[in-house]
Design a protein around this ligand. Structure first.
Ligand SMILES: C=C(O[C@H]1C=CC=C(C(=O)O)[C@@H]1O)C(=O)O
Length: 344
């Protein structure tokens, strides 16, 4: 066993060093409640095993084809240094501008009775150089055992890192499962009607999509769940898909859910693109794998883009007609701690 592990570790290190020295993109991925980290590269030829990364607006889809994914214990992840780009672009929004943006969103929701919810987000910049990515990955792994922890490297884009609490969807033997995750509060606060409504919008949307692909849909919850520095409301949604060949359609129908976009989907999306003032790119997109037998995708939340001279944190929140702008700013500050406080 020990010999086997040592051999695996050497193969892992060789693969990682080769990818870094050739400036090739790669993914490090740790599933929830797992102790191992997988290393994916993108081979030239298509393989059955795939890892995909899709942007919020579906305009960028990156595929990793790898039939030889190597895994080692996260604790053995070696130190590595990546060649990261410098960013001179300022994408962060000032406090006053964010308050005005949330007020504008609230006004839109109040004046347009068809629009029920819009998720607004922002970039928070941290002046931090030379982030130790392997140690940061390990600290996310330790602090968020239930999250999807990943690091994606790309020479031109920089490196994305995240610890997402949100399953978008998983499938095995035609059993499809997901969660409706929305509503945020500090541990010491109580839930209010605003968060229950905000989360119900997500549950209703997912249930209606699942219904069109399956015979029955089962919903359990909502429950209050821990998400590190704060709590969310979460329901568990399960169904049996009638036709497995429709999985990809279901995935793109689901995305983006009202946990990251809004309701109705297209109106909310247009409002976001016209008003947020920055390009979300892979934030609030989805990522995950399909190995031919099962597939599992998560929403890219609680994530950051690492440059050589700074870190961009991406944070957002669901806006309802009764949202209070100052509280929404506070909520995004709280969410920024997920990655911000664990950077090494
Ligand atoms: C959009 C984000 O969170 C979503 C997931 C859980 C709770 C949320 C909320 O309370 O607004 C958001 O819907 C984010 O973290 O950037």
């Amino acid at each position: 066993m020990q010999l086997y592990q040592k051999e695996m570790l050497n193969i892992f290190i060789e693969k990682l060093e080769r990818l870094i020295s050739q400036n090739k993109p790669f993914i490090l991925f740790r599933k929830p409640n797992s102790e191992v980290v997988e290393l994916w590269e993108n081979k030239e030829t298509k393989t059955e095993r795939k890892f995909i990364c899709n942007s919020f607006d579906n305009s960028q889809l990156i595929e990793f084809n790898d039939d030889n994914v190597i895994e080692i214990p996260v604790s053995d992840l070696p130190f590595f240094k990546l060649d990261l780009p410098v960013s001179s672009q300022k994408e962060a929004i000032e406090y006053d501008d964010y308050i005005n943006l949330i007020q504008k969103t609230v006004d839109e929701l109040k004046s347009n009775s068809l629009t029920k919810k819009i998720v607004i987000s922002r970039v928070k910049e941290l002046e931090k150089e030379d982030v130790n990515l392997s140690e940061t990955f390990k600290s996310l792994h330790e602090y968020y055992p239930n999250a999807y922890v990943y690091l994606r490297y790309d020479l031109e884009e920089g490196s994305w890192i995240g610890a997402s609490p949100e399953l978008l969807f998983k499938e095995k033997n035609q059993l499809i499962q997901t969660v409706s995750l929305a509503g945020t509060k500090a541990k010491e606060d109580d839930w209010t009607e605003k968060e229950y409504h905000e989360q119900q919008v997500v549950t209703d949307y997912i249930s209606s999509i699942f219904e069109s692909y399956s015979e029955y849909v089962d919903v359990e919850g909502p429950f209050s769940v821990n998400a590190g520095f704060f709590e969310h409301l979460k329901s568990f949604i399960t169904a049996q898909i009638k036709d497995k060949s429709k999985i990809k359609d279901l995935l793109f129908d689901l995305h983006p859910t009202p946990a990251v976009c809004g309701m109705p989907k297209n109106d909310a999306k247009n409002f976001i693109v016209e008003n947020e003032g920055y390009y979300r790119s892979f934030y609030a997109g989805f990522m995950g794998y399909d190995n031919g037998e099962e597939s599992e995708y998560f929403v890219n939340l609680r994530c950051a883009k690492i440059f050589s001279n700074k870190v961009n944190l991406y944070v957002g929140g669901g806006i309802m007609p009764d949202s209070v702008p100052e509280n929404e700013w506070r909520e995004t500050e709280m969410k920024s701690k997920t990655i911000g406080e664990l950077l090494v």
